[in-house]
Write a new protein. Structure first.
Length: 229
């Protein structure tokens, strides 16, 4: 690790020492945009499968960007729960910071980054909430730990002490094991119905390929176009 004379980390030097897409880690596959399917969901599914096969750690993680009631942006990392004709889905408490922001401004952007292939996918569009029964089914299909975390609650609220979290978490784990179908009324499955989906394939010569899908007139069909890198 690079340090300055005081012993502190020299961030600028550390950043300069790094490289993008180290060939020992990353393989940049060719991508001919002429072969892109008419629907972005098909390409997303194929690229997601490629990322899994290539050994990308946690390929289902994504950056979720929302904005608050004043229009100020916010971003965090969440997990993809699914992608189908209804949209790209994730879940959280409706009472959390992102849940409240989606109530005020039901529009979001998602960002996926799979560095082992030098690929990114961006999704933007309006957000809708799934019915309560569907949200509950999504939660109860997941792990005991996911249910325990949901039962712990209070997401994004100020925590007075870590002891409070330990007590609440222990009680939540006990209940999750005892009641695998325990209800969590605030748990909500959200879907982003994409207005635009962009695919980025990195290139070693920096001739990156960017293909954007955007909804055409009426929103039924997709317009596919190339973008300058």
């Amino acid at each position: 690790m690079t340090t300055d004379p005081t012993g502190a980390t020299d961030l600028a030097a550390l950043l300069r020492s790094l490289r993008v897409w180290d060939p020992e880690i990353t393989e940049l596959p060719p991508f001919d945009p002429a072969t892109a399917p008419a629907d972005p969901l098909a390409l997303f599914t194929a690229w997601f499968a490629d990322a899994v096969t290539a050994g990308q750690p946690e390929p289902h993680t994504l950056s979720l960007a929302t904005s608050d009631a004043s229009g100020l942006p916010d971003v965090r990392t969440v997990m993809l729960h699914g992608a189908d004709r209804e949209g790209w889905s994730f879940a959280t408490h409706a009472t959390s910071a992102k849940g409240r922001q989606l109530t005020d401004r039901p529009y979001a952007a998602l960002g996926f980054y799979w560095p082992v292939l030098g690929r990114q996918v961006r999704v933007r569009g309006p957000v809708t909430s799934a019915p309560a029964a569907e949200s509950a089914a999504d939660l109860h299909a997941r792990s005991t730990g996911a249910l325990a975390a949901a039962l712990t609650g209070h997401q994004s609220e100020v925590l007075t002490s870590y002891d409070d979290l330990e007590r609440a978490s222990r009680a939540a784990w006990e209940r999750a094991r005892r009641e695998p179908d325990a209800p969590v009324p605030t748990w909500t499955l959200y879907r982003v119905r994409a207005d635009a989906v962009e695919f980025f394939q990195g290139d070693g010569e920096r001739r990156h390929v960017r293909v954007r899908y955007r909804r055409g007139e009426g929103g039924a069909d997709w317009v596919r176009e190339l973008l300058w890198p």
